[in-house]
Design a binder for this molecule. Structure first.
Ligand code: URA
Length: 288
């Protein structure tokens, strides 16, 4: 029989080679799909029970974003491991830089946005909607654009979708005042229509500056508009979610927009998987 210490040394060497290879490819993280061990775990479950747990409907719990139901769905989890050299909470300065053509403090930037007339949305808005939450946040959530309630109050995610977003944030043991919430567009599109490309193009510099000034450890893109605008892709949400991307050196996790979850509660299971990915990535970075 081989010496277990030699086997362990060999395994560690192989793991290091694999991780170094991923790092050399420019990847900041590796994601391990699988079942994360909980403190209360006593060992592997019989195979059929484990697989049943993975597909069990959440019908028994009224809402997968209420605390009591989290553990019911915690049998499958993707763990994200920061690769050597990417552990720092401060994203690579080369990737995320403060724009020189815009104010370098968030208060002044918000005032500039409140006077913006770069696109026709300024004609129909009541208020611009800049952001809510903490400027020291490690997690930054980005939605699409203000709706009616947000336009009236001047704050993001304060309507029905916002109430669900609060539950989603609470589900990963964070409070709204601990995260930073903003949108791709700062003004409400009439009848909440999808943002037009030229509106996104005009508004993106504001978002880029917000990202550069907050410097979050992790971005969560809520819905297709946000993820497409940030990653400059036309891919579908189904093909984008469940993965960790990078935006200028910052990990970016896409998930469904809370309004989509209100329209189609069947998507909540996948959204909960994404939220666990968010939570685990923050943990892997030492940011929670
Ligand atoms: N939907 C969004 O995308 N953002 C908000 O602020 C509200 C609803």
């Amino acid at each position: 029989m081989s010496d277990p210490r030699e086997e362990l040394t060999g395994l560690a060497r192989e793991a290091r080679v694999l991780l170094e290879r991923e790092r050399a490819r420019g990847r900041a993280y590796v994601t391990l799909a699988g079942r994360a061990m909980q403190p209360a775990d006593t060992g592997p479950r019989p195979r059929d029970e484990a697989s049943r747990a993975q597909v069990a409907p959440l019908a028994s719990s009224p809402d997968p974003f209420t605390p009591h139901s989290f553990t019911a769905d915690s049998t499958t989890r993707a763990s994200t491991i920061a690769l050597p050299g990417f552990e720092s909470l401060v994203p690579s300065p080369a990737g995320l830089s403060v724009r020189e053509d815009l104010p370098d403090d968030l208060g002044t930037l918000a005032r500039l946005v409140s006077e913006c007339r770069k696109c026709r949305l300024c004609e129909t808005r009541t208020n611009t909607v800049f952001a809510d939450g903490s400027v020291k946040a490690k997690l930054l959530l980005i939605g699409e654009a203000p709706g009616r309630d947000e336009d009236l109050k001047g704050l993001p995610f304060v309507g029905r979708a916002g109430q669900l977003l609060d539950k989603m944030i609470a589900a990963i043991q964070l409070r709204r005042d601990e995260v930073y919430i903003c949108n791709v567009l700062k003004c409400r599109p009439p009848e909440n229509r999808t943002p037009l490309q030229d509106e996104v193009d005009q508004c993106m510099p504001y978002l880029e500056q917000q990202l550069a000034l907050v410097r979050p450890a992790l971005i969560c893109a809520l819905g297709l508009s946000a993820v497409q605008a940030l990653l400059k892709t036309k891919s579908s949400m189904a093909s984008l979610r469940g993965r960790t991307f990078e935006y200028k050196g910052i990990p970016l996790i896409p998930t469904y927009h809370p309004a989509a979850l209100l329209r189609n509660p069947g998507l909540k299971r996948e959204a909960w998987e994404d939220l666990q990915r968010v939570r685990d990535t923050l943990k892997a970075q030492g940011a929670s």
